[in-house]
Ligand binder design. Structure first.
Ligand code: G3P
Length: 216
């Protein structure tokens, strides 16, 4: 299973990369808007920090505009993957970009039907948004389970990136569903490390070690 980080913060990406657990990065316009500086420069810097796919999203809503933006973004670094929203023009753009050898990540996916359309168009990745589905009263992970099963049934090569992750439980559920990739916000990565029994265990080991030292 691959762990991507869902952020445009260079600081967070640098720290997560230093943990030795990072396989890629996903950004979006909202995440880039939280960071100071030019988005293009930020994306370029991110590509120097992680040796893996870095998703950068197009803004255009029409197919030709999406393709034009995607071609420019893909020149930034070979690891750039183009995030395209699941719309009719988006799916058309995916087909055209994949045929040009530019990898795509179809985003804002909320149903298995949408994920099938992305796969049929040849998308490299598809991103179901789990947290936002949960927020709207649906079980987001059910959609992940469906997509993983459907892709498996037909041998679609599109990889599922579980996105809009809000908690460590989402990561466990994504893994149990057999999703190949989960993109995780920095604060959730930090929570994944934590367990009170680990802290208590270290404390006790150190206290017992002190007892040994006092004997000599
Ligand atoms: O990768 C998509 C993700 O950034 C959306 O997350 O929390 O805004 O729903 P969220």
């Amino acid at each position: 299973m691959k762990f991507f980080i869902d952020t445009a913060s260079v600081k967070e990406i640098r720290e997560a990369a230093s943990m030795g657990i990072l396989d890629g990065v996903t950004t979006n316009p909202s995440l880039l808007s939280k960071e100071e500086g030019d988005p293009t420069a930020i994306l370029k810097e991110i590509c120097t920090l992680v040796d893996g796919p870095v998703s950068a999203e197009v803004i255009a809503l029409h197919k030709d505009g999406m393709v034009k933006e995607a071609v420019e973004l893909s020149k930034l670094h070979p690891n750039i993957v183009i995030k395209i929203p699941l719309t009719k023009p988006g799916v058309q753009a995916v087909r055209e970009l994949e045929e040009k050898g530019i990898r795509t990540n179809v985003t804002l996916v909320f149903s298995s039907n949408q994920a099938m359309l992305a796969a049929k168009a040849g998308a490299s990745y598809v991103s179901p948004f789990i947290g936002r589905l949960d927020d709207s009263g649906h079980v987001g992970m059910d959609v992940v389970r469906e997509i993983v099963a459907i892709y498996g049934n037909y041998g679609f090569e599109t990889e599922v990136i579980v996105a809009s992750v809000r908690s460590p439980l989402h990561v466990i559920d994504a893994a149990l569903a057999g999703a190949p990739i989960v993109t995780i916000p920095f604060k959730v990565i930090e929570l994944m490390f934590k367990h009170s029994l680990t802290d208590a265990g270290i404390k006790r080991f150190l206290e017992d070690w002190e007892k040994i030292k006092k004997r000599s």
